[in-house]
Write a protein that binds this ligand. Structure first.
Ligand SMILES: [Ca+2]
Length: 415
């Protein structure tokens, strides 16, 4: 009886300590919020990431969204482009709602991607925890009729009903198929089109057009604003080189080398100026200078508003820099870019993950984890749990995943 009483007392003390710690962390967090908050719609240490929350609601300090991600985004901090696709008779899949599921009548799923891309990873949600291991993934390369197994079938559990499956294809795929008993319990399939690794990276251009005090700087092409109209030009969402200074070029240097699967380039959408981008040349420079750079030259018959460039096969090297050049004919001297998206992922050394490779994997046997999530195909090392295999206490802190709240929690944990 005495022992029981002491145990109860000890537990009550522990609960009280946790509560005090929570309060302390909350005050530090609120203080930090008031002093360091980003402009609405942005988050991260340097406010360099864009929020992608449903109904344009603000995101938390770690990018997470209380109301879920907006339609075209998913995954950690809603930073991953959710590739849209078509499929027959599966309204419950196309609605991208995790609460609507297969009623058990469909045993195989075939989806056709709206944009053919190299596959990297997919996220699958079930309504039954046993289904996670009962699914197989195939892809059909572009201009091919035969489906192939994913070369890399590593899986990492996100929660009890959600799993990420790696499927790194070097070729561009136009279809994905799922089979296995798990399909009967399937609710959602998210196909990753990568993260926009271009956002707020270091941009420069050959020259900058100025009008009075207004400047159309190189960084306007990676400011997250996709406006392409005259009105947008006025509010400087686009770049503009100086016509006096010869054929324009624009360069973007990544803070760390990246793997790239797709480029999306927004042109200025006005009759005067759309043509200026015609026949542009896009170059991706390798980290290792002995690799041959990737180049693409536009050969469309007329200028477009949005260009989607998908290298096929996928660029095999780590990219440190990209460059856009106008063709140097007399009529194409000014370079204007309204936004450049580079979809891909940072290239982390083995054992590290995160948007800046700043976190350590905690996988069984010291294995590597998924760069996008920290998830471990081999399972979390002993003492670690959750989507990112963080420590038990760290995972608790992770639920209040706001910087520096989380770190405050860590401090309490370690000391
Ligand atoms: Ca822009």
């Amino acid at each position: 009886m005495m022992m029981m009483m002491m145990m109860m007392k000890f537990l009550m003390m522990m609960r009280m300590m946790v509560r005090i710690m929570e309060l302390a962390c909350s005050y530090i967090y609120l203080f930090w919020l008031n002093t360091e908050a980003c402009y609405s719609g942005w988050f991260g240490d340097n406010c360099q990431y864009q929020c992608h929350c449903a109904e344009s609601t603000p995101c938390n300090q770690d990018g997470s969204c209380n109301a879920g991600c907006s339609e075209n985004w998913f995954g950690p901090a809603c930073q991953y482009d959710s590739v849209s696709y078509q499929a027959n008779d599966v309204g419950w899949l196309l609605d991208k709602d995790d609460r609507t599921c297969n009623d058990g009548s469909t045993s195989t799923i075939h989806v056709t991607l709206d944009t053919a891309i190299p596959i990297t990873w997919v996220r699958v949600v079930f309504n039954d925890a046993d289904s996670i291991d009962k699914i197989r993934l195939f892809y059909t390369p572009q201009n091919s009729r035969s489906a192939e197994y994913c070369p890399d079938k590593r899986k990492a559990q996100v929660d009890d009903k959600t799993v990420d499956i790696s499927c790194q294809t070097s070729v561009v795929a136009e279809e994905l198929a799922l089979d296995g008993d798990g399909v009967r319990h399937l609710c959602s399939l998210y196909i990753s089109g990568g993260r926009n690794v271009a956002l707020k990276q270091t941009a420069e251009q050959s020259s900058t057009y100025e009008l009075g005090t207004d400047k159309w700087n190189a960084k306007n092409a990676v400011d997250g604003r996709t406006g392409v109209s005259y009105r947008s030009m006025i509010s400087r969402t686009c770049t503009h080189t100086d016509s006096e200074a010869g054929p324009g070029w624009w360069k973007l240097k990544f803070s760390s080398a990246v793997d790239i699967s797709r480029f999306l380039i927004y042109n200025r959408d006005e009759n005067c100026c759309r043509i200026r981008l015609k026949n542009f040349k896009l170059t991706a420079e390798p980290e290792n200078r002995s690799d041959i750079p990737f180049t693409y030259t536009d050969s469309e018959s007329s200028a477009k508003v949005v260009y989607s460039v998908v290298p096929s096969p996928k660029i095999s090297f780590k990219v440190t820099e990209i460059r856009v050049d106008v063709s140097s004919s007399e009529t194409h001297i000014i370079l204007t870019l309204c936004e450049v998206f580079v979809f891909g992922e940072i290239h982390c050394p083995p054992g590290q993950f995160g948007f800046k490779c700043e976190r350590q994997c905690n996988c069984m046997n010291g294995d590597s984890c998924f760069v996008h999530s920290g998830g471990c195909p081999s399972g979390c090392a002993s003492g670690y749990v959750g989507e990112d295999c963080s420590g038990l206490f760290l995972n608790y802190c992770g639920k209040h995943n706001y910087y520096p709240y989380r770190y405050c929690c860590y401090l309490f944990y370690f000391y």
